[in-house]
Write a protein that binds this ligand. Structure first.
Ligand code: TMP
Ligand code: ASP
Length: 276
């Protein structure tokens, strides 16, 4: 792909900047080394984090596309930049939890590491000012943040993404504890996975030792933050193309919210999956 030029900055977030290109449907995302936690009350930098998170997202999103998940990702342009489809971000963060940790463990008074069956999928309002408060489906619809159909699609997409990522990180010797997803709507109305998937947005524990290899090292001042991010990248790159232990596709496409893990190849209300 010809490298598009970055034009004016459209948006700057805590960890990324977004630039216009000459194509109104495409923007460039630039990954920064800045790190924040606890709603930006804690700030710092992690040297090389932008490069690592760009590389990990650029590795995982095309794999997810192949699995049937539509994403905003188009191409990695440089160490820190990627080209993505321009979307309107849905202000609903989707958190998937395979094990208790973080705010879930403290909210319910359970040990970190407790296995959760069924997998827990939570919605939060994307609002730094309000601290991303948890929100049930009725609240999201009543406040106009998403439609019921959109929430159902977010739920099904998140469950399918979890199936894939559990297997994908698993083959890299990493336990996927929990993670956060953001979705967007493209100019032609397609709901796609947006944002990033990285040690900033996932909890990843070494499958053998339980060592934390994610942003909790920064949040909790555990040291070795850069090394952990590099280790996740190294393990993912070392396991590209290895066979994955994925669940069987469920061809009944049942939509009741039983939180059962489904393989993807999505039947999104009858729409064709997006071709990569
Ligand atoms: P939590 O335990 O703090 O609620 O976080 C759950 C998961 O979501 C964890 O993997 C970190 C990720 N996360 C983000 O990526 N961004 C956020 O703003 C928050 C609150 C969590
Ligand atoms: N990224 C979020 C913040 O800055 C929360 C977190 O990841 O802990 O506040």
């Amino acid at each position: 792909m010809e490298r598009p030029d970055a034009r004016e900055m459209l948006y700057e977030g805590k960890a990324k900047q977004v630039f216009a290109t000459d194509d109104p449907e495409r923007v460039i995302v630039r990954y920064k080394d800045d790190a924040t936690a606890f709603n930006a009350q804690k700030r710092g930098t992690v040297a090389g984090k932008g490069e690592v998170n760009n590389a990990i997202t650029a590795l995982l999103y095309p794999e997810l596309e192949d699995y049937g998940v539509p994403t905003h990702f188009l191409a990695r342009l440089s160490e820190r930049e990627q080209l993505v489809r321009r979307v309107r971000i849905v202000p609903v963060e989707v958190i998937v939890r395979n094990r208790a940790a973080g705010t879930f463990a403290s909210r319910y008074g359970v040990e970190e590491g407790l296995a959760l069956d069924p997998t827990v999928i939570e919605f939060c309002l994307k609002s730094d000012a309000l601290g991303d408060p948890p929100m049930n489906a009725a609240t999201a619809v009543a406040l106009g943040h998403a439609s019921e159909d959109e929430l159902e699609m977010l739920f099904d997409l998140a469950a399918g993404i979890n199936d894939y990522l559990l297997a994908r990180f698993g083959v890299a010797g990493l336990e996927l504890v929990d993670f956060k997803l953001e979705f967007g709507v493209t100019g032609d109305g397609e709901l796609v996975l947006a944002d990033e998937i990285s040690p900033d947005t996932c909890r990843l524990w070494d499958a053998e030792t339980g060592e934390k290899l994610d942003k909790d090292r920064f949040r909790r001042d555990l040291g070795g933050v850069e090394e952990a991010y590099h280790e996740v990248r190294r393990r993912l790159e070392a396991t590209v193309g290895q066979p994955l232990d994925l669940p069987e596709p469920d061809d009944e496409h049942d939509h009741h919210h039983d939180h059962e893990q489904r393989a993807l190849h999505l039947d999104l209300e009858g729409e064709e999956p997006h071709d990569a």
